[in-house]
Ligand binder design. Structure first.
Ligand code: G3P
Ligand code: MG
Length: 244
């Protein structure tokens, strides 16, 4: 059984503003095996790394990401009040993040945020940036919008992909395998409900569970041999793993 990997959810997001270069570089410093990030499109069609469809929660300003140009988004500061040490963090583009993390060798889980706004051509734009930055072999694509995952696959047939889900789906492992997807990314609360985790592991699909922030859950999942835990506390997950 190979070692469970630790993916930093939106970067080391308990210690630095989520989805910023600062959070991703800190995750690398902490020794994470991978980072997870969320991609949406700016008004001028640039893939940018931000979780919500609006800028409100992380910038204190108001409006949809899709209604701001990249330049306008760059003028906003992320989570200035909460993270005093990182007072000038900005919304990065996907390209900036991939360029910044490439030298470390870390893996990148790109979550396509196409559940509320299905941005035109987002899959094509993201795949092109991944190709241009030389990150193709280190990227895993995921989405709650499974059509979006399939669209990405139609553009990059050999891309590594996974279905995200937060509710229980009937025989999701069969469905994923039949539709050519490599992995399952279930929510932590759902794998604790019943025998779902053993089904996922038995399927042979890569199983990366999110968002695993409690030590007991980290231990249970590492013990069970999941492919990865996706956590806001990569340092703690690494320490838990190293103690086992
Ligand atoms: O990719 C795992 C996780 O990030 C999915 O949920 O809402 O945190 O993007 P969310
Ligand atoms: Mg995400």
């Amino acid at each position: 059984m190979s070692k469970t990997e630790v993916f930093a959810h939106r970067g080391a997001s308990s210690y630095a503003p989520e989805n910023t270069l600062e959070a991703f570089l800190l995750a690398i410093e902490q020794g994470a095996d991978g980072i997870e990030l969320d991609v949406q499109l700016s008004k001028d069609g640039v893939p940018v790394v931000i979780h919500d469809e609006t800028v409100d929660r992380v910038t204190g300003q108001s409006g949809f990401v899709k209604d701001f140009t990249l330049q306008e988004l760059k003028e906003m500061v992320v989570l200035r009040e909460r993270f005093a040490k990182y007072r000038d963090a900005r919304i990065p583009t996907l390209r900036e993040v991939l360029d910044a993390v490439r030298p470390s060798g870390i893996a990148v889980n790109i979550e396509l945020k196409t559940g509320i706004n299905w941005y035109p051509e987002i899959e094509k734009k993201v795949a092109a940036i991944v190709e241009e930055t030389g990150m193709k072999d280190r990227v895993i694509y995921s989405s709650f919008n499974h059509y979006s995952v399939q669209k990405l696959k139609s553009i990059v047939p050999d891309a590594e992909t996974a279905y995200l889900f937060s509710d229980v789906i009937l025989r999701v492992d069969d469905y994923a395998a039949k539709s050519g997807v490599d992995g399952l990314h279930p929510a932590v609360y759902h794998v604790k409900m019943a025998e779902f985790l053993s089904e996922y592991l038995a399927s042979g699909l890569k199983t990366r569970v999110w968002t695993v922030n409690e030590r007991a859950d980290m231990k249970m999942l590492i013990d069970a041999g999941v492919t990865a835990v996706i956590t806001n506390y990569p340092d703690i997950a690494i320490a838990v793993r190293d103690m086992m």
